[in-house]
Design a protein around this ligand. Structure first.
Ligand SMILES: NC(=O)c1ccc[n+]([C@@H]2O[C@H](COP(=O)([O-])OP(=O)(O)OC[C@H]3O[C@@H](n4cnc5c(N)ncnc54)[C@H](O)[C@@H]3O)[C@@H](O)[C@H]2O)c1
Length: 448
């Protein structure tokens, strides 16, 4: 095949890290761009030196110079756009998550098979070079028999600016799916787990909520069909903690423990620790892999190059529609488990279960509707380290929750909100200087 003509649909936030994979390839070229926002469209056509820009994706699909469409739009548009692209005979890459429901995934897979085009569900984390090496080390038996896998997501403040419009659709479950953490970002973590140890056959979830909209803190544990290791994914939102990152302010870490050693991946999107991106601990010593390509962008570029190569060489992509569908089911299984307090086999999940529950109550499911899986027993009383007068303001009460002063630190007067980037303001009297209702609600909840 000559140079592949690429049409990108959706020129929003994530498009910034998609384009370099094409711009650096001598086997593909961005020939067309589509975005419904005229300013974004004009900017992207110019930046990527594309030949044409379209406001309507159907017009891009009719462009004979486009061989491959890269779909970077909100989740509810993935299914209709993929099906239309398949009918136009284009190869397709669609960003994760594949769709909003499992039924949509089935339709997408069917349409692509019928049209004889490749479908790839874009997921960059399994192409992150430290992850690729970690998997090689596991496969080579460096840590013996793998026993457990821990995957961490911490959302903090900092990182690149994310436009409000990019956030808004994410918090609408009709457009984005049941939650921004487990369903959306969790896709990457489940994808890494599946890449390491294969299909997941049992899921248990604890999903709480933060700020009224985030399905977090959450803990999702799982087992694999053909591997004895146990896995789990943990998330938390710490908006008053600042993260070093050129991209999203996400603390992502991974730990794989085996019978002979442990592998630690210490970063991905952001950089919490000053450690090498990958560590192998075995035989009583630590091997630090310092010189790896470890920029998050590398994972996007490699993921894009892999697909270009697959199309050019008539090979199927690694990230198939079937795999995307399985990962969607794993996420839905976690929500169902969290609601019902039981272990769920993802292979029997359609995703409709959650939507049906809410439909009977006249609403769509939302992270707001994800209560803890069952009533928790009252927490055991903890020893009070610093008694606080009842009249203390919220700032005082928060300070009282800090650990007691350690002998080697002089942090008696530490101010937990000393960062200028704090997402909201608390006056010295404990009142709000920001009138955002969500934040107030969160604050009231956090006091109880
Ligand atoms: N791999 C990752 O780590 C990662 C990170 C962030 C986002 N994503 C995924 O990328 C996709 C896009 O996310 P984003 O953050 O860039 O969102 P975004 O809102 O910033 O961008 C979406 C773009 O699509 C355009 N658009 C919307 N409807 C359209 C339509 N009908 N026709 C043409 N254009 C339309 C919007 O104008 C916008 O420019 C999502 O699937 C998301 O989950 C992946």
């Amino acid at each position: 095949m000559d140079r592949i003509g690429v049409g990108i649909i959706g020129g929003g936030r994530i498009a910034d890290v998609h384009a370099p994979g094409y711009l650096s390839s001598d086997q593909a070229r961005i020939v067309a761009v589509c975005d419904r926002d005229p300013d974004t469209l004009a900017r992207r056509v110019d930046e990527w030196d594309a030949d044409r820009g379209y406001a309507d994706f159907q017009e891009l699909l009719a462009d004979p110079n486009v061989d491959l469409v890269d779909i970077l739009t909100p989740h509810h548009l993935h299914a209709p756009m993929v099906i239309a692209a398949a009918k136009s005979g284009k190869h397709i890459s669609v960003q994760k998550p594949m769709a909003v429901t499992v039924a949509e995934c089935d339709e997408m897979i069917k349409a692509c098979k019928y049209a004889g085009v490749h479908l790839r569900v874009f997921e960059n984390f399994i192409f992150y070079p430290p992850f690729v090496l970690a998997k090689q080390l596991v496969d080579q038996g460096e840590i013996g028999e793998p026993l457990s896998l821990r995957l961490k997501l911490g959302n903090m403040s900092g990182g690149w600016p994310v436009p409000l419009a990019t956030w808004l659709w994410r918090f609408n479950p009709e457009l984005a799916g049941p939650g921004p953490t487990v369903f959306d970002d969790g896709y990457h973590k489940f994808s890494m787990a599946v890449d390491l140890f294969g299909e997941i056959d049992s899921v248990h979830g604890w999903i709480d909520r933060s700020f009224g909209v985030a399905d977090s803190p959450s803990m999702v544990s799982f087992t694999f069909k053909d591997h004895p290791a146990l896995g789990y994914f943990e998330s938390a939102v710490s908006l008053n903690a600042k993260m070093r990152s050129k991209y999203y302010s996400a603390d992502e870490r991974m730990e794989i423990t085996g019978t002979r050693g442990t592998i630690l991946m210490t970063r991905c999107t952001g950089r919490l620790l000053d450690e090498a991106p990958l560590l192998l601990v075995k035989d009583g010593r630590t091997i630090e892999f310092e010189d790896l390509r470890d920029d998050w962008l590398d994972s996007f570029t490699d993921c894009t190059h892999h697909y270009i190569d697959a199309i050019q060489n008539f090979r199927g992509p690694k990230l198939t529609g079937e795999r995307g569908r399985h990962i969607l089911q794993v996420a839905y299984a976690a929500y169902i488990s969290a609601r019902e307090g039981r272990r769920v086999d993802p292979n029997h999940v359609t995703g409709e279960e959650l939507w049906e529950i809410r439909a009977t109550e006249g609403e769509m499911p939302s992270p707001l509707d994800m209560p803890p899986p069952r009533p928790r027993s009252a927490p055991k009383p903890r020893p009070v380290t610093r008694p606080v007068a009842r009249s203390a303001g919220p700032l005082e009460r928060l300070k009282s929750k800090l650990p007691a002063k350690r002998p080697d630190r002089d942090d008696e007067d530490i101010d937990v909100f000393e960062d200028d980037d704090r997402p909201f303001e608390i006056s010295d009297e404990g009142g709000f200087e920001d009138d955002d209702d969500h934040i107030k609600d969160f604050w009231e909840d956090s006091k109880s």
